[in-house]
Ligand binder design. Structure first.
Ligand code: FES
Length: 252
């Protein structure tokens, strides 16, 4: 057990008994999150180059009042709150951005300074992060729209067709669906609070669902990153094609 002088020494910001480069995982999170927030904010307010042919950017789906009959700003501003709230309150992202942006705490077993007591998320305002489960319900509706967009992306004026953009949109919605299906809140929904699956109604299918969600949940961080990249790259592709900078390739 550490004596009191050791503990005082560890209380200095960044002091630790760890020997690995604990700070290294902070850097990509800091860079990628900052870049994504800047890009997504710019795109949300840009209000143009969000559709081309059968393609619609995921940042603008569902597309509401594109002709500005009653909404003066970009249509994306109306819908981004749902997916943004889902990501911001996600258990994995919380860990990542607490560490990357405010270093509160910087990492496991690393002191954040004597003046900064860590109380977790037990008091205001961080206790509000518990709304995550409600964002999960909201985002499920968004996924339905995005699946619809992905199907429509294969419907061209001359019938069924496959373009690079359609394939990108399809990969994107698959990754977004896996990311949502690996959510901790969903895992709790299907199997939480239960000590015995065989003692409850629909115990067998619930156990199967819980096992499936658990398998995805074990890689939740991976799905969080992949779906973050895919949603940004899908939007970027459609923007470039819509602006005439890139030419979409029709494969079929
Ligand atoms: S915990 Fe990450 S999406 Fe729910």
């Amino acid at each position: 057990m550490a004596d009191s002088s050791t503990l005082r020494g560890l209380a200095r910001f960044g002091s630790t008994q760890r020997h690995d480069a604990w700070w290294i995982e902070i850097i990509p999170a800091l860079l990628v999150f900052t870049a994504f927030v800047i890009y997504a904010t710019w795109r949300a307010f840009e209000g143009r180059f969000y559709e081309w042919g059968p393609y619609l950017s995921p940042f603008y789906s569902p597309l509401i009042d594109p002709n500005h009959h009653w909404w003066p700003l970009s249509p994306a501003v109306l819908v981004l709150g749902g997916p943004a709230g889902f990501r911001v309150t996600c258990y994995y992202y919380r860990k990542a951005y607490y560490r990357a942006f405010v270093m509160h705490p910087p990492a496991c077993g690393v002191a954040e300074g004597e003046h900064r007591g860590y109380v977790g998320e037990t008091s205001f305002p961080l206790i509000l992060q518990n709304v995550h489960r409600y964002f999960f319900y909201i985002v499920t509706i968004f996924l339905c729209f995005l699946w619809h967009d992905a199907v429509v992306a294969f419907r061209w004026p001359d019938g069924f067709g496959i373009g690079v953009g359609g394939l990108i949109m399809l990969v994107n919605i698959i990754l977004l669906t896996i990311y949502s299906a690996s959510c901790h809140s969903l895992r709790h929904l299907v199997g939480g609070k239960l000590d015995c699956f065989s003692c409850v109604t629909f115990g067998k299918p619930r156990r199967a669902a819980w096992r499936g969600v658990t398998a995805l949940n074990e890689h939740h961080m991976l799905w969080a990153w992949l779906s973050l990249f895919s949603v940004a790259l899908t939007d970027l592709y459609i923007r470039l094609v819509s602006a005439g900078i890139l030419k979409d390739i029709r494969l079929l």
